[in-house]
Design a binder for this molecule. Structure first.
Ligand SMILES: *Cc1c(COP(=O)(O)O)cnc(C)c1O
Length: 236
């Protein structure tokens, strides 16, 4: 990978932050990228990394154990993967239904700090996408807040990738309004995760506090997704 890519992205985030008057964290989306690329970014000070699959996250955690990296699960989560996610992730950004809330809470070990969670909202009502409907947000936030092993940090969205910049921007703006409204009741929420390689500046302009950047940071993804869903035993 290109060492300067991180600096370029940091600079672009910095500019957008200044214009918006906000603070924004960068999540480096390392899915299907080699360990060597993660190692290089970590050596340059990048802390937060995102993976789409639980098995991939577990594997990374093993490789990079003990150096203080933070692992975020950003892909859709099945009930039968909640145990592994609860034991190995620092954040789960894709919580979108009550069954996932109770499973994550059930398996988050008492020896670990509470699991940070974001509620994923299907902001463009795409039938193919995970994420809850905006109308279900209050009940889901309540359910998470009632779980001492979980910590409700905010909201996440992936707008329709086919939409034009104007429509994309309006999706981000709607997320921001949902976030502000949810914060009336859940005042400790501090994270609005939205914006990817091709639209993170737009997302920051509309109030994102975390952007998830993959290809613009690492280049084209070339690796494989984890093939067989295994269930390795053990805690972090
Ligand atoms: C892959 C992915 C990203 C990063 O996408 P890029 O376009 O490579 O920046 C961000 N968020 C989620 C949920 C993803 O699955």
């Amino acid at each position: 990978m290109d060492f300067s890519a991180l600096q370029v992205i940091q600079q672009r985030i910095g500019q957008a932050m200044l214009a918006a008057g906000t603070r924004v964290r960068l999540l480096a989306v390392s899915k299907r990228q080699p360990d060597s690329a993660v190692r290089e970014l970590a050596a340059m000070g990048q802390i937060a990394f995102g993976e789409n699959y639980v098995q991939a996250l577990v594997a990374r955690r093993r490789v990079f154990d003990g150096i203080g990296l933070e692992w975020h699960l950003i892909g859709a989560l099945q009930s039968n993967k909640c145990r592994l996610a609860a034991l190995h992730a620092d954040w789960v950004q894709s919580v979108d239904r009550p069954a996932i809330v109770s499973q994550l809470a059930r398996f988050r070990s008492a020896e670990l700090p509470p699991l940070n969670v974001l509620v994923e909202v299907n902001i463009d009502d795409e039938s193919s996408k995970s994420g809850c409907a905006a109308a279900d947000l209050p009940a889901l936030c309540e359910a998470i807040a009632a779980q001492p092993r979980l910590r409700l940090r905010g909201l996440m969205a992936i707008p329709d990738a086919r939409s034009k910049p104007d429509a994309r921007r309006s999706s981000f703006a709607r997320m921001r309004r949902l976030f502000d409204k949810a914060r009336d009741d859940f005042t400790h929420m501090d994270t609005l995760s939205m914006g990817m390689s091709d639209d993170f500046e737009l997302a920051i302009a509309e109030g994102a506090t975390m952007v998830r950047v993959g290809t613009a940071l690492f280049g084209t993804r070339s690796g494989q997704d984890p093939a067989v869903p295994t269930d390795p035993v053990g805690t972090p």
